[in-house]
Design a protein around this ligand. Structure first.
Ligand code: ZN
Length: 467
């Protein structure tokens, strides 16, 4: 068995790992590089896509799915196996990605056109793919279920098992004649909002494990919910609008679910709630069709038709006109909108209309990367630039940090335990975090590697030496 990582090796995004097992070439995920490493999306893949036998998808996040159309554009025509809900999420995510790339490209061309009269600008990159490539990609999907092995030929089988990260998320156990390897995908935060915890893996020969938050401990769910309740109640008491920038997938549904419970139990008043994000709206409707994949409390509410992601006062605003009408509301509404880091999307308009108001509030429930508008506000900027205007930050700004959908250090150690003496390949993390976690694992007697991108690693077969 061999491993070659073509992404999420010594970095967080771009998940893409080639496994050679039983003579089969199997790719686990093919995600987009994001943020500072996004130029890597244009590098050639270190393998021939046409020579792959199968693609296995752990979950729908863009950093695990965003280069699938690149793969297909470059000759891949085999099956893409995924849990049904991950396929539905991927479809929404990839069409959105193609649309954003086209818009960015058109904007860059306009700017290049303006610049060309005075100076020579850098060449404008073509989009990585368009809608037709996404359509061709989606046609290759094969639905699979948790815990039902898929035969990949050559005595190789793959089993998707619940990872507790987001709707449909799986880790994958791949077994061939030479042994067994497990790819973690992204693992969930223990006791997080909607999903049951990840199941524990079986003993194996090698395990690839994500390390996004391998250097920290999350606050408990109880503490996080209490913090959110206090912040939301205080914000509404201040009288202004409450803005909650949110990622469309999972975080929005957790936030809506929590608001509904707080309103039902009378802990916060039943004020109007707006979900002002077409993508988050599509995701929420998808969530409503997947009852059997949530914690019993959520699943039962869905089965009883209680719409747990829809506070009674919720309004979906789909059109731009409906969104603009919210601007007329000066106080007392909760506005949930994307993007999560305030770098674009409808939240930016709401910030422009509310951020300067002393009575308004901004509740930040997600990670804010360096260089984003969200990060500047969280770091205490007194003024920010929005759409060419300088806006004073008069609103209360509160951060609730515990809503992570990723495993922390203890979750990862607990999950790795049953893999016994398997060699551990650390992926999907920042190098300093990996280094620290590698040290902890080595202290526990584990054999640890942080693979270099593009390098081919031989996977050990431990079962031989054990028997
Ligand atoms: Zn993820």
């Amino acid at each position: 068995m061999k491993l070659t990582s073509a992404g999420a090796a010594r970095t967080v995004t771009g998940s893409c790992h080639l496994l050679e097992v039983g003579g089969k070439r199997i790719l686990v995920d093919c995600g987009l590089f994001q943020g500072q490493v996004s130029s890597l999306n244009r590098d050639p893949l270190p393998f021939d896509p046409a020579g792959l036998d199968a693609v296995l998808l752990t979950h729908g996040h863009l950093d695990h799915t965003g280069r699938l159309p690149v793969l297909v554009r470059n000759g891949y025509a085999g099956p893409i196996h995924a849990i049904r809900s991950s396929r539905a999420i991927t479809e929404i995510i990839l069409y959105d990605s193609a649309k954003i790339q086209t818009e960015d490209h058109e904007r860059a061309l306009r700017h290049a056109g303006e610049a060309a009269e005075s100076e020579e600008g850098p060449p404008v990159d073509e989009p990585l793919y368009g809608e037709r490539h996404v359509a061709a990609t989606m046609a290759l999907f094969r639905d699979t279920d948790f815990e039902s092995p898929i035969d990949l030929g050559g005595q190789v089988r793959a089993t998707f098992r619940p990872a507790g990260h987001i709707l449909g998320s799986a880790f994958i156990e791949i077994e061939g004649p030479e042994g067994r390897v497990i790819a973690s995908g992204d693992l969930g935060n223990r006791e997080s909002g909607l999903q049951a915890d990840a199941v524990l893996p079986s003993p194996c020969d090698a395990v690839l494990v994500e390390t996004t938050y391998a250097d920290r401990a999350h606050r408990s769910q109880t503490e996080t919910l209490e913090e959110f309740r206090t912040v939301l109640a205080d914000s509404l008491r201040a009288g202004g609008n409450v803005m909650i920038p949110s990622f469309a997938l999972e975080r929005t549904q957790v936030v809506l679910y929590t608001i509904k419970k707080l309103m039902q139990s009378g802990q916060v008043p039943r004020v109007p709630v707006f979900l002002d994000s077409p993508m988050a709206t599509r995701m929420t409707h998808l969530y409503e069709t997947c009852a059997n994949q949530f914690l019993p409390e959520v699943a039962q509410a869905l089965e009883r038709g209680e719409e747990p992601f829809e506070p009674e006062t919720l309004r979906y605003t789909t059109t731009v006109e409906e969104s603009k009408k919210i601007n007329a509301i000066e106080g007392g509404a909760i506005i949930v909108a994307g993007s999560g880091m305030m770098t674009g999307g409808r939240i930016v308009h709401h910030l422009k209309h509310n951020l300067w108001r002393k009575e308004a509030s901004l509740i930040v429930v997600g990670y804010q990367a360096e260089g984003t508008l969200g990060r500047r506000i969280v770091d205490g900027a007194r003024t920010v630039r929005i759409h060419g205007s300088t806006i004073e930050v008069g609103a209360r700004v509160a951060t609730v940090n515990g809503f992570s959908s990723h495993a922390d250090r203890d979750d990862l150690l607990r999950w790795l335990e049953p893999t016994g003496s398997a060699r551990v390949f650390l992926i999907h993390g920042e190098p300093p975090v990996m280094e620290k976690f590698a040290g902890e694992l080595r202290a526990r007697g584990r054999d640890v590697v942080a693979p270099e991108p593009g390098t081919r690693y031989e996977l050990p077969r431990l079962s031989d030496s054990a028997s």
